[in-house]
Write a new protein. Sequence first.
Length: 190
Amino acid sequence: MAGGIVFGTLLAMGRLANLGPFSRVATAYVNLMRSIPLVMVILWFFLVIPLITGRPVGAERSALITFTAFEAAYYSEIMRAGIQSVSRGQVMAGQALGMTYWQSMGLVILPQAFRNMLPILLTQTIILFQDTSLVYAIGAKDLLKAAEIAGKNHNRPMEMYVFAAVIYFILCFTLSTMVKSLQRKIAIVR
């Protein structure tokens, strides 16, 4: 999540800054990543990178890199929408004070945009948590893999899968409820 937000923020700011080739590369990256299913990206990275480098990446490292790269595209779109939700007058005010684009973004625009983006960023993080079960495809250890191992060890696979589903539900439902509450608290009355 943290890596995706940092990388996504840079992608969003680059797309909005009209920096020529960087803007086009960032746009192409975001569109490509949002057009491919996450499980395919996980499998491609896990299987293709070792062929290119000649060294295995490992399931956990592969999952971490893949999730960061994939989620950056989604966080980028959230950031871009949040930045664009801030009044254009705020950008002009920063320029009137002699700030550069990057100073204006860091000191004026992003703090205001963050308030608008926070509920959606948290919702995307919940989706990311749910997507972690996809690392099962490459053998990485997660809640689902732990449930499978415990089910095999105790000869109770069905109960362990149901237990994992209940844990996913409780965590996601609780977090979703908290996001809704936060959204009501920080909503700007217009």
